[in-house]
Design a protein around this ligand. Structure first.
Ligand code: PEP
Ligand code: MG
Length: 886
C-alpha cells in the first residue's frame, strides 16, 4: 500500500526536509525540525499525491487513506497524552495547507478542530479557564463555517458585533465566558438557519471536512491566480498538515511569536523577532495588539518588555534553536513559535524572504562564517532582485496613492512636475526643477527632454517602445503603455480612469519597477553598489563564461556601464547623436537636399560632431571593444511633423513651407518599422553610411596617433535580410576605412559585422556570414518580425495575452526560446558553419533579462549586451547559467 500519511513527533519523523515535493514546504520542514530534535507538536502530513489523486478521481480519496489518517492520529494521541473527541482529555488539531512552493495566505486553514459541546468541557478542565475554552470554540465555529461550510463570514461576524454592542464593549477580549458560551449557541443556530444543517459535532466529520476544504482551496481563484503569477504548476498539488494544537493564549506564561534568524531588511546578523504574551498566532499577524521585541539589543523607548526579560528560559532555548536552524539549513530562517504554559514549541521554519540588500549581506557574511561557499552565495541572489539595488526605489514604508498603472518599463522611482513636451522639460530642468515628461509616446526628437526629466510616462507603447528602451539606457525610470490615462496636450493635462485631472506643474511620482503612477512626491531610498555588492560581483565574474557588454550611445552612459562592469559596448545607436544640439538642422538640410551634392555638404557638417562623439566613447571604454551601428531609423523621424515646426524649419532653411511639407509627405510610410530604414537607407543613400564610417575611423586614427590608444572599432550594419546588402555596404565601408587609414598613415584594424534581426537573416546566416566578421542578434526586431507583432503597438493587448495565459511571458521582455530562440540558435550555428570563429552576441532588450541571458549562455553566444543599469544583472545571470550547467 502506498504511503500517503507521514507522521512526526517526539524526535522521530517518517519524512525529511528533502521530501518537499511530496510533503510540501511546511510538512518537510516540520519533519526535519522534529528529526533534529527541536520541540515540534506532534502531527502528520497528507502528501501532495493525495491532492493530485483527489482531483484525478473526481474528488475521491485514494484507497487506504482513511486508515492511514486514523493511524497517524493515534500516534499523535499517544505522544500528546490526549484523545481526539475525548470529553476529559481532548486533543485539538490544526489543519493547514502546505505546497511545495510557498503560497502565503492563498489556501485555507482551520484551527482548534475537535471542539464540540462535550470536548469544550475537557478544555475547561485542562486549562482551568472557561473563557479561553469558549473563545477557542467560537473561533473554531467561525473559521470552520466559513472555510468548510462556505458560510459568508459576515453572517457570524455580525452576531459577534451585535453581542458587543448589546454588552456595551468594544473588544472581543471584553466578552465574558458566559457571553462567549452564548455566542457559540447563537452561531450554531445561525448555521442551522442558513445552511439547513447543524454544525458538525463529530470530531471525525470535522476533520475530514477540513481536509477536504484545504484540498479544495488548491483550486480557489486566489490560489490559481497566485500560481499563474509565480509559475507554479497546478499539478504539484498541496499537502495537508494535521498537527496537535498548542496554545499561546492560555495565560501569562503563554506566548506566541515570529522571528527571523537575521534581520530581513538589512541582513544584519541579529536575531530579529516579535512576540505577544497570552495570544494566538493570528493576533500577531492581525495587528490588533502591538507585538513586543523578543530581545533588548535594539530596544527603543516605549517598547514593552522583551521576551528576553519576561521569559528568560524560553528565550535562551529559542536562541539555541536559532543557531541549530542556521547551521542546519545554512540560510536565514523565518520561524514561528508558541509557548504553552512555559513550554516552547516550534510551529514552522522556512527560508526567510529578504530585501536584495539583505540577501547580499547575508550571502557574503555566510561565506566569511564558513557556512556556505562562494558558489552558493552567488546562486542565492536572484538576478531580478538586483534591480532593487541599482536604482533609487520608493521607501517601502511610505504611504502612496496610486492613480494609474502601466508597464514597468524601466526600474527605479522618481518624482517631479508634470510636463508635456521635451523642450519644456529641458527648460524647466535648466531652472532646477525636477520634471516628469509625460507623452502619448516618445520619439527620438524627445531625447533631450527625456534626458532632462527624472522619469518618463507614456500612454502608448510596450516594453521595447522608444520610451522604454531609451529610458532603460539612461537608467531613468519609465512607466510606459499607461493606456488608461488620457493625455491632452492642448489643455496640458492628463486624466486618470477615475476622472482625476493632473495639470501641468503638479507633482507625481513614478515607480518604474511596479509600473505605478502615484500622486505627489513619495520618499525614496538610494542604491548602493560598493561593499558587499562589490565582493559578490567579484565572485560572479570568476564563475561566468559569457561576456557582458552594454548598449550605450554617450560617453556618460559608457562610463556608468563600465562602473557596473561592462566589458565593451555591444550596441552604440548612432541616431540619437543626430538629434543633439544644432545637428538636427544639418540632418534636416541633408534630408531636404535635392541632390547628392547638397546631401554631402550637409553631411560634412555632421561628420566632425559624430567623430567627437566616437572619440569620447572610445576614450571612456579604454580599448574595450566598441560596436557602432550605422543609422537605423527611417528619415522621416528626423523631420518635424506639426505645422508650426514645419514653418520654423522652412524659415531657417530658407525654403518654402510647402516644399518642406511635401518632403515630409513624400517620406511618409504606412509601416515605417518595415519600411525604408536600416541598411536600406545605406543602399539608397550610401553617402550617409560613408560619413559615419569616416567619423568612426577618423576618431580611431586620431586616438591611436595622438593618444596611443589600441582600438578595434566594430562597424555594424542593421536590418540586413540578404547577403547582397551586406556585401555592397561592406565594400563601401572598407573603401572609406582604408582611405582614412592611408590618409592618417596609421593602421587601425576594424571589424565589419551585421545585426541579425530579421527571420530571413537568421535562415540565411551561413551566406550572410561570408560577409560578416561578427553577428549581433537584434532580438527586439527579431521578436517583432517573427511574431508579426508591432513593438510599439503590442503594449495595448499583450498584457491581456499574458493575463489569459496565451503567452506565458511578454516575448519582448523574456526571449521566446521556442520560436525566436530557435532562430537565434540556428543563426549562430549556420554563421559558425561558415566562420567557426564568428563572434556572436545579442543586443536586443533581452540581453539584460536573466532567463534570456541563461539561454544565450546555453547556445554558446560570446556576449550579451544590455543597458548600463542591467549590466550587473546580466553578469549574475551569466554566472548562474555557468554554475547550473552541472
Ligand atoms: C533590436 O532590434 O533588437 C535592436 C537592438 O535594435 P533597435 O532596438 O534599435 O531596433
Ligand atoms: Mg533593431
Amino acid at each position: 500500500m502506498k504511503k500517503y500519511v507521514f507522521s512526526f513527533g517526539d524526535g522521530k519523523a517518517d519524512g525529511s526536509g528533502s521530501m518537499r515535493e511530496l510533503l510540501g514546504g511546511k510538512g518537510a520542514n516540520l519533519a526535519e525540525m522534529t528529526a533534529i530534535g527541536l520541540p515540534v507538536p506532534a502531527g502528520f502530513t497528507l502528501t501532495t499525491e493525495v491532492c493530485t489523486e483527489f482531483y484525478r478521481n473526481n474528488r475521491h480519496y485514494p484507497d487506504g487513506l482513511v486508515e492511514q489518517v486514523k493511524e497517524g492520529l493515534g500516534k499523535v494521541e499517544a505522544q500528546m497524552g490526549k484523545t481526539f473527541g475525548d470529553p476529559t482529555q481532548p486533543l485539538l488539531v490544526s489543519v493547514r495547507s502546505g505546497s511545495r512552493a510557498s503560497m502565503p495566505g492563498m489556501m485555507d486553514t482551520v484551527l482548534n478542530l475537535g471542539l464540540n459541546d462535550q470536548t469544550v468541557q475537557g478544555v475547561i478542565d485542562q486549562s482551568g479557564d472557561p473563557r479561553f475554552a469558549y473563545d477557542s470554540y467560537r473561533r473554531f465555529i467561525q473559521m470552520y463555517s466559513n472555510v468548510v461550510l462556505d458560510l459568508e463570514s459576515a453572517k457570524l461576524e455580525h452576531i459577534l458585533e451585535q453581542m458587543k454592542e448589546d454588552k456595551g464593549v468594544h473588544l472581543d477580549t471584553e466578552l465574558s465566558a458566559a457571553d462567549l458560551k452564548q455566542l457559540v449557541s447563537l452561531f450554531k443556530k445561525k448555521v442551522q438557519e442558513e445552511l439547513g444543517q447543524g454544525f458538525p459535532e463529530d470530531p471525525e466529520e470535522q476533520l475530514w471536512g477540513a481536509i477536504g476544504a484545504v484540498f479544495d482551496s488548491w483550486m480557489n481563484p486566489r490560489a490559481i491566480t497566485y500560481r499563474k503569477l509565480n509559475d507554479i504548476p497546478a499539478d504539484w498539488g498541496t499537502a495537508v498538515n494535521v498537527q496537535s494544537m498548542v496554545f499561546g493564549n492560555m495565560g501569562d506564561d503563554c506566548a506566541t511569536g515570529v522571528a527571523f534568524t537575521r534581520d530581513p531588511s538589512t541582513g544584519e546578523n541579529y536575531f530579529y523577532g516579535e512576540y505577544l504574551v497570552n495570544a494566538q498566532g493570528e493576533d500577531v499577524v492581525a495587528g490588533i495588539r502591538t507585538p513586543q521585541p523578543i530581545n533588548k539589543a535594539k530596544h527603543k523607548p516605549g517598547d514593552l518588555p522583551a521576551m528576553e526579560d519576561v521569559m528568560p528560559d524560553c528565550y535562551a532555548q529559542l536562541v539555541g534553536i536559532r543557531d541549530i536552524l542556521e547551521k542546519h539549513y545554512r540560510d536565514m530562517q523565518d520561524i514561528e513559535f508558541t509557548i504553552e504554559t512555559g513550554k516552547l514549541y516550534m510551529l514552522q521554519t522556512r527560508t526567510g524572504k529578504r530585501t536584495a540588500h539583505a540577501a547580499i549581506h547575508i550571502a557574503t557574511e555566510m561565506v566569511q562564517e564558513g557556512l556556505i561557499s562562494e558558489k552558493e552565495a552567488v546562486l542565492r541572489i536572484d538576478p531580478n532582485q538586483l534591480d532593487q539595488l541599482l536604482h533609487p526605489s520608493l521607501d517601502p514604508k511610505a504611504e502612496k496613492q496610486v492613480i494609474a498603472k502601466g508597464l514597468p518599463a524601466s526600474p527605479g522611482a522618481a518624482s517631479g512636475k508634470v510636463v508635456f513636451n521635451a523642450d519644456e522639460a529641458e527648460e524647466m530642468a535648466r531652472l532646477k526643477n525636477k520634471v516628469i515628461l509625460v507623452r502619448v509616446e516618445t520619439s527620438p526628437e524627445d531625447i533631450h527632454g527625456m534626458h532632462a526629466a527624472q522619469g518618463i510616462l507614456t500612454a502608448r507603447g510596450g516594453m521595447t517602445s522608444h520610451a522604454a528602451v531609451v529610458a532603460r539606457g539612461m537608467g531613468k525610470c519609465c512607466v510606459a503603455g499607461c493606456g488608461e490615462l488620457k493625455i491632452d496636450y492642448e489643455k496640458q493635462q492628463l486624466t486618470t480612469k477615475s476622472g482625476q485631472v493632473i495639470k501641468r506643474g503638479e507633482i507625481i511620482t513614478l515607480d518604474g519597477s511596479a509600473g505605478e503612477v502615484i500622486l505627489g512626491d513619495v520618499p525614496k531610498v538610494q542604491p548602493e553598489v560598493s561593499g558587499d555588492f562589490a565582493i559578490l560581483m567579484a565572485w560572479v565574474d570568476k564563475f561566468r563564461r559569457l561576456k557582458v557588454r552594454t548598449n550605450a550611445d554617450t560617453p556618460h552612459d559608457s562610463r556608468v556601464a563600465r562602473e557596473f562592469g561592462a566589458e565593451g559596448i555591444g550596441l552604440c545607436r548612432t541616431e540619437h547623436m543626430f538629434f543633439e544640439g544644432e545637428r538636427i538642422q544639418a540632418v534636416r538640410e541633408m534630408i531636404l537636399a535635392d541632390d547628392l551634392e547638397g546631401r554631402k555638404k550637409a553631411l560634412a557638417k555632421i561628420m566632425p560632431m559624430q567623430k567627437g562623439d566616437f572619440k569620447g566613447i572610445f576614450r571612456e571604454m579604454k580599448g574595450l571593444p566598441v560596436t557602432i551601428r550605422l543609422l537605423d531609423p527611417p528619415l522621416h523621424e528626423f523631420l518635424p511633423q506639426t505645422d508650426d515646426d514645419v514653418a520654423e524649419l522652412a524659415a531657417v532653411a530658407g525654403v518654402k513651407f510647402s516644399e518642406v511639407r511635401e518632403h515630409v509627405e513624400a517620406l511618409h510610410e504606412f509601416n515605417p518599422m518595415l519600411g525604408h530604414r536600416g541598411c536600406r537607407l545605406g543602399i539608397t543613400y550610401p553617402e550617409v553610411y560613408d560619413m559615419q564610417v569616416q567619423a568612426i575611423m577618423e576618431a580611431a586614427c586620431e586616438l591611436v596617433k595622438e593618444e596611443g590608444f589600441e582600438i578595434v572599432p566594430e562597424i555594424m550594419i542593421p536590418l540586413v535580410c540578404h547577403v547582397n546588402e551586406l556585401r555592397i555596404l561592406r565594400e563601401n565601408a572598407v573603401q572609406v576605412a582604408e582611405e582614412v587609414c592611408n590618409r592618417f598613415g596609421v593602421r587601425v584594424d576594424y571589424l565589419i559585422g551585421t545585426m541579425i534581426e530579421l527571420p530571413r537573416a537568421a535562415l540565411m546566416a551561413d551566406k550572410i556570414a561570408r560577409e560578416a566578421d561578427f553577428f549581433s542578434f537584434g532580438t527586439n526586431d527579431l521578436t517583432q518580425t517573427t511574431y508579426g507583432l508591432s513593438r510599439d503597438d503590442a503594449g495595448h493587448f499583450l498584457p491581456d495575452y499574458v493575463e489569459r495565459g496565451v503567452f506565458k511571458k511578454d516575448p519582448f521582455v523574456a526571449l521566446d526560446r521556442a520560436g525566436v530562440g530557435q532562430l537565434v540558435r540556428m543563426g549562430t550555428e549556420k554563421g559558425r558553419q561558415t566562420r567557426p570563429d564568428l563572434k556572436v552576441g545579442i543586443c536586443g532588450e533581452h540581453g539584460g533579462e536573466p532567463s534570456s541571458v541563461v539561454f544565450c549562455h546555453e547556445i554558446g553566444l560570446d556576449y550579451v549586451s544590455c543597458s548600463p543599469y542591467r549590466v550587473p544583472i546580466a553578469r549574475l545571470a551569466a554566472a548562474h547559467a555557468a554554475l547550473q550547467e552541472g
